[in-house]
Design a protein around this ligand. Structure first.
Ligand code: BMX
Length: 279
């Protein structure tokens, strides 16, 4: 069975025809951040128009919170979405096929559990991206709803700001801007690799915070692995930095970190599988 799978993130949108864990066709377009969900969906419909007869159902993974087929932002700074947007109804009406919707990181956790990471029955996925998202699989079951929204955690020492606002790609870019460099997070990493200390310091602080979060996740779920994904998490050098921040820690608390085997496709592959028959 072939599924049309869509992944709408804070920075980019992917759409793919997926069969099992195989991506048959794929397109990637920027998410027009200010345009809103009707425009994001029309853009996908337009770009995938000639795939129309090739899929039976639709899986859609999105940044944000899914409840009863409705879509809302938890942190509008990651992506601004009207409260309780009727996502499943709109997608089903636009594409004319049965639709299943899920949070992006929850979908990615499922994709890695089914086809990527070698784990037992417990796995946590952590995406470090525009925001910071997470997905939890326990006893072979994906936890849905709010579960895994680690980017929204607040640390008592850091006031009311969500954790992701001090760690994510958006934070990295805003710190760079404060240092006089109006560039995006990926470019901050390039500068760090070229030996610019200000950039290396920002990257290191982000990786340190993400590593500390992983230690806390280990205490909550004791997963076999924590799979790291997202444009920042998968950027060259970031995972090694996270590991180096964990190196002094008691082995009892130290999580096993692995890079997402499915890379940036974990979400579309997971959403397609969840949308499949009998799920
Ligand atoms: C935010 C939240 C999560 C999402 C995560 C990563 C919103 C809009 N999103 O914590 O639902 O999983 O960002 O999102 O509240 P990404 O766009 O960076 O992949």
């Amino acid at each position: 069975e072939t599924v049309l799978s869509i992944d709408i993130g804070g920075t980019k949108t992917m759409a793919a025809l997926v069969s099992g864990s195989t991506v048959v066709e794929e397109i990637v377009v920027p998410t027009a951040r200010d345009a809103g969900p009707d425009a994001w969906l029309s853009k996908v419909a337009e770009s995938t128009a000639n795939w129309r007869n090739r899929y039976e159902r639709i899986g859609i993974a999105v940044t944000g919170f899914i409840e009863g087929g409705h879509w809302s932002a938890l942190n509008p700074a990651t992506l601004s979405i009207p409260d309780r947007y009727p996502l499943v109804d709109r997608v089903a009406a636009l594409f004319g096929k049965p639709t299943f919707a899920v949070n992006d990181a929850q979908a990615a956790a499922w994709g890695e559990y089914r086809f990527g990471a070698e784990s037992g029955d417990d796995l946590v996925f952590l995406t470090i991206s525009t925001g910071i998202g997470g997905g939890v699989v326990i006893n072979g079951k994906p936890l849905l709803g709010l579960a895994g929204h680690f980017g929204l955690i607040r640390s008592p020492s850091q006031g009311q700001a969500p954790f992701e606002d001090q760690t994510s790609g958006r934070w990295i870019a805003s710190e760079a801007l404060k240092a006089g460099h109006p560039i995006d997070a990926v470019e901050v990493f390039e500068r760090a690799r070229n030996g610019e200390t200000w950039a290396a310091d920002i990257m290191s602080l982000s990786a340190h915070r993400a590593a500390t979060l992983c230690r806390d996740i280990q205490l909550m779920f004791d997963p076999d692995v924590i799979v790291i994904g997202g444009g920042i998490g998968l950027a060259e050098g970031y995972l090694d930095l996270m590991r180096s921040h964990l190196s002094g820690m008691s082995p009892r608390f130290t999580p096993r970190l692995v890079a997402a085997k499915l890379g940036r496709r974990a979400g579309i592959i997971g959403a397609a599988d969840l949308a499949g028959e009998g799920k």
